[in-house]
Design a protein around this ligand. Structure first.
Ligand code: ZN
Length: 404
């Protein structure tokens, strides 16, 4: 069953705020301890089982004077922090050994008290949904605003404190699929920087005007923050203003992404997107990482909605230089400097918009993968086409792969 996230604003009482701060703190310490322990074990060539890690950083740690306060929070929170550390460590490890494809995953970052966003994860036995909100173990009944109905009992909950001081609870709910009737259309999407996306149909989706003006406000506030003296109360105020503007930008973008994802899934049987994890785009600037986060959110929403509506999403590996290959005749026309938005194919003389050509290449590649998947699963009682990672189509060393 497809899993969907439901997020609600939470209003913890002052006592609950303190209890949550304790839970955030304990989860952070356990997470960091688990990473450190795994690092040490790895360096010493010692093999530790997951249960052994948990025993040491939770069960045994609670019995030491340095960590006895871990007993003040729900053990569900600590166990989840352990699990998060395990996943982060494994991702890094698999990436090092080449078992994990795609963008290099770095060594897990240690969590800090100064992180803007704090959160704890809870499994089924760590919370209960009530009429007024959610009962969290060792925190109490936290009031939520039920802005929409939860369709069923959630399988997990995350309590979040955002940088602007607001609290949220995000539930993961398994929902029954409500498939749309089949359609024949499919679409390739190229994600861009100045445009949000270019569709293989030729449609261009720009960032909405309110988002752009909010982003301008945000960057002005960020510059103001940078000028404030460290530790001053003016700096605190400026930081809060940045956090609030961040939220409005995020909410405006989320709203746009929801609408776009819903439309793409409704109108197309299959949606092909580039696999951001393997896009190989250098994340050198802040702007870039912000965009990356935005793209990941859009692609995540498309996948979530598609799973529920019986549509197919294929992530196309960007190993092939989609801005260099002519989508009409398939000739590789060599690298183009990033500012080149329009080019003419030397082989077939088609005039290409760089982004549209990339979207069309993603469409072609996506169709090829679906067809290959179908051929593979033909005898498997009509199993769902859900292709795995795409094999590399050959990287041209040394050529500039633009952000087209
Ligand atoms: Zn051509």
């Amino acid at each position: 069953m497809p899993a969907v996230r439901y997020r609600y604003r939470a209003y913890p009482s002052p006592g609950q705020v303190r209890a949550l701060a304790r839970a955030f703190g304990c989860a952070r310490v356990v997470y960091n301890d688990a990473i450190r322990l795994r690092d040490t074990a790895y360096a010493a060539g010692e093999k530790l089982s997951d249960t052994e890690v948990q025993r040491r950083v939770v069960t045994l740690a609670k019995q030491t004077p340095e960590r006895d306060w871990l007993a003040e929070v729900s053990s569900v929170v600590l166990v989840q922090a352990c699990q998060d550390a395990r996943r982060a460590f494994r991702n890094w490890f698999d990436s090092l050994s080449g078992k994990r494809k795609g963008r290099r995953v770095g060594h897990p970052r240690f969590r800090s008290r100064k992180d803007n966003r704090q959160s704890v994860r809870l499994t089924r036995n760590g919370f209960t949904v009530t009429a007024r909100g959610v009962r969290v173990a060792k925190v109490g009944d936290v009031r939520l605003v039920w802005s929409r109905e939860l369709p069923s009992i959630p399988s997990s909950a995350t309590v979040i404190r955002e940088a602007d001081g607001r609290y949220y609870v995000s539930f993961v709910v398994d929902v029954a699929g409500e498939p749309y009737p089949a359609v024949s259309a499919d679409v390739g999407i190229d994600l861009g920087l100045d445009r949000l996306a270019t569709l293989s149909t030729g449609e261009i989706i720009t960032n909405p005007r309110p988002l752009r003006s909010k982003q301008r406000h945000l960057s002005r506030a960020q510059r103001a923050l940078a000028r404030k003296r460290k530790g001053s109360s003016n700096r605190r105020k400026a930081a809060r203003r940045v956090a609030v503007l961040h939220r409005t930008v995020r909410e405006t973008r989320r709203d746009q992404h929801h609408k776009l994802a819903a439309r793409l899934v409704r109108d197309n049987q299959a949606v092909y997107v580039e696999d951001l994890a393997v896009s190989g785009l250098a994340r050198t600037t802040l702007a870039r990482s912000v965009h990356d986060a935005g793209w990941a959110m859009l692609v995540g929403l498309i996948e979530e909605k598609a799973a529920r509506r019986g549509r197919t999403v294929v992530r196309v590996g960007r190993f092939f230089p989609s801005s260099q290959v002519c989508s009409v005749c398939g000739v590789t026309d060599g690298p183009k400097p990033l500012p080149v938005r329009v080019w003419i194919c030397a082989a077939c003389t088609t005039t290409h918009d760089r982004d549209l050509n990339a979207a069309r290449n993603i469409l072609v590649e996506g169709r090829r993968i679906v067809a290959a998947g179908r051929a593979e699963t033909e005898n498997a009682c009509g199993a769902d086409v859900r292709p795995g990672p795409v094999p590399a189509v050959g990287v041209e060393a040394g050529t500039q792969r633009g952000a087209a």
